[in-house]
Design a binder for this molecule. Structure first.
Ligand SMILES: Nc1nc2c(ncn2[C@@H]2O[C@H](COP(=O)(O)OP(=O)(O)OP(=O)(O)O)[C@@H](O)[C@H]2O)c(=O)[nH]1
Length: 305
């Protein structure tokens, strides 16, 4: 383990699934302890959109989303099977959300059947526990238990915080022993970095999605505040971002002729970042080929980056 990381540190990927309205976003926000909300409206751009990262001394949970599973009817069966055998098999645990205030229904059964095809440990999370009586909750827990083979079944209420820490422990137990997969200190309590990365990623993919489907990873290296404010009185931030591609040819696509495209990407991403952070931003973008990757390339490659 690197210096300062406990020897039994665990880290891994958790996919949060469940039918629409099951409480996935609310739960994700509660787990991360911060709103990570700029995620809607860009389905299918990644196999794994990072929704948030739970950082603890001893644990890092990277919460990812599986595009499509929530809207199965819009996908071909084939694509869905690909998702299940591919994506869901690649994460370390799956959190399957089933809302306590609604009976187990066809949507839940559909997802449960798909999940049965993977060997990844599944934690059945009974969400919105605060909305029902103890008796009803017990009934629901029983119905959920009978729905499939779960590693654990746990009721939570993201709105009140009930059992959220316990869920982190339960999921953490399924993570492999590993150092943090994302730069620990830098991202701690700073999902802003995740959001900044998403904004840059979106801008960089615009118009070239077909050429760069899954091969772009964006890492915010640092956000440093300048001593002096901007002319209009806002804080001034230097934001340094690396864009990782897999091949030289893709580097060319991102950068464009004489860097024109990258400048354009920078301009578009910057306005979003300024709005997000409420600051003036100098955005410094660097495009690199993935072999320079600082983190855990094996794992991330497996995850489709
Ligand atoms: N009372 C209560 N309401 C909750 C809880 N979690 C979620 N909700 C509510 O349930 C609704 C759906 O929650 P979301 O987190 O948006 O559900 P989702 O699964 O992300 O929904 P989709 O984006 O449609 O897939 C929202 O109105 C939430 O406020 C909870 O723990 N308690």
């Amino acid at each position: 383990m690197p210096d300062g990381v406990p020897p039994d540190h665990r880290a891994g990927f958790v996919c949060v699934v469940g039918r629409p309205n099951a409480g996935k976003s609310t739960l994700t926000n509660a787990l991360v302890g911060h709103k990570v909300a700029i995620t809607s409206g860009r389905p299918q751009t990644t196999r794994h959109a990072i929704r948030g990262i739970v950082h603890r001394e001893d644990l890092q949970l990277i919460l990812v989303d599986t595009p499509g599973l929530h809207r199965p009817r819009t996908l071909l069966g084939e694509r869905l099977n690909e998702l299940v055998t591919g994506t869901l098999a690649e994460v370390d645990a799956i959190a399957f959300c089933l809302p306590a205030d609604q009976k187990v229904g066809p949507g839940d059964r559909f997802i449960a059947a798909k999940l049965a095809e993977t060997r990844t440990p599944i934690v059945a999370v009974v969400t919105k526990a605060d909305l029902v009586s103890k008796g009803r909750l017990a009934e629901h827990l029983l119905a959920v238990s009978e729905l499939g083979q779960w590693a654990d079944v746990i009721p939570v209420a993201a709105m009140t915080g009930y059992q959220v820490t316990e869920l982190i422990d339960v999921l953490g137990a399924h993570m492999p022993v590993s150092p943090p997969l994302y730069p620990g200190g830098e991202l701690t309590d700073e999902p802003e970095q995740v959001m900044v990365a998403e904004l840059v990623r979106e801008a960089a993919l615009e118009g070239v999605r077909d050429e760069l489907p899954h091969s772009l990873a964006v890492v915010v290296e640092e956000i440093v505040e300048r001593e002096h404010r901007s002319k209009d009185g806002r804080p001034f931030l230097d934001v340094r971002v690396n864009l990782f591609v897999e091949r030289e040819s893709q580097k060319g696509i991102v950068i464009g002729t004489k860097g024109a495209r990258l400048r354009d990407v920078g301009t578009r991403a910057r306005s979003g970042i300024e709005a997000l952070l409420g600051a003036a931003v100098y955005l410094d973008l660097h495009v690199k080929v993935a072999k320079d990757w600082q983190r855990d390339p094996k794992k991330l490659q497996r995850l489709g980056f």
